[in-house]
Design a protein around this ligand. Structure first.
Ligand SMILES: [Zn+2]
Length: 277
């Protein structure tokens, strides 16, 4: 075949091929195809085009995989245009053990519907691809992961994601204020695939994994319209405190504009007020 717009470039099947990784980014797959055929860096990636029918036909010819197989594996090819991948999609390196099994020796970039990077097969927290953590000794993290999925099923993916973002900010702030109740030990050993993450990145990755169960527990409240309605209507936190008391120290009660939960309520009220037609 010839690439439209580049009539002098004749494309044929590459000498060596490799299967796409599930939900792989098109550029990642082109890069890996180029790598296993010993092409110069970026040569195949320069063939990336924005019109998906032609892109799909091109990759099918290069890789030898049928179009339905590629559309199943590469989410961008299921859309009319790669630009349509919405903000609810995230790209990042998948679990290092999944990548080692399916694409040995190669780096992979894949699309994910969630920001949380936990491989439930290998029990690996991929908060930072250069600093994966092993979560095998933290069943609470896996229970939280399953609960997170159930919240998505109950309240919808977008509403849960919005609540999770707000909960992450609140929990992080509570941890800084030293009022967040956390397990006494992290028990999150670094995986052998550790790369060159900075101390700050390592600290942030550990904190997000360690605080994940508390974050999901708070997400369950913030995503629940009944709880939110109560929280916005209540004059004080006294009535609602039993619902999140297990997350914070005994003496803690949200108050003042420096408190993250208090700020969340103010912002939610403002949003409610300004959204009234
Ligand atoms: Zn994995």
């Amino acid at each position: 075949m010839m690439i439209a717009g580049r009539p002098l470039q004749v494309v044929r099947r590459l000498p060596r091929t490799t299967p796409p990784f599930p939900d792989e980014v098109v550029l990642s797959y082109l890069s890996r195809l180029g790598q296993i055929n010993s092409f110069p860096d970026g040569l195949l990636m320069s063939l990336w085009i924005t019109e998906n029918d032609r892109q799909t036909a091109l990759i099918s010819t290069l890789s030898g995989y049928r179009i339905p197989v590629l559309q199943c594996a590469l989410p961008e090819l299921r859309l009319k245009s790669p630009q349509m991948m919405g903000p609810s999609w995230y790209t990042h390196a998948p679990c290092y053990r999944c990548a080692a099994r399916r694409a040995p020796g190669q780096s992979v970039n894949a699309w994910h519907r969630r920001r949380v990077r936990l491989c439930p097969i290998h029990w690996v927290w991929m908060g930072n691809s250069r600093y994966p953590l092993l979560t095998g000794r933290r069943p609470d993290i896996h229970a939280a992961y399953r609960r997170h999925r159930r919240l998505e099923a109950r309240f919808g993916r977008q509403a849960t994601e919005t609540a999770f973002t707000a909960a992450s900010n609140i929990v992080t702030k509570w941890a800084e204020m030293n009022v967040l109740v956390l397990p006494s030990s992290e028990d999150l050993p670094a995986a052998p695939a550790t790369g060159t993450a900075s101390p700050r990145e390592k600290w942030a990755t550990r904190a997000s994994a360690h605080q994940y169960p508390a974050t999901v527990a708070l997400t369950a409240l913030l995503a629940d319209p009944a709880w939110t309605e109560q929280a916005l209507a209540a004059r004080t936190w006294d009535q609602l405190r039993p619902t999140f008391a297990h997350l914070v120290s005994v003496s803690y009660n949200p108050e003042g504009m420096s408190d993250p939960l208090h700020r969340w309520r103010r912002d939610a009220r403002d949003q409610q007020y300004f959204s009234v037609p």
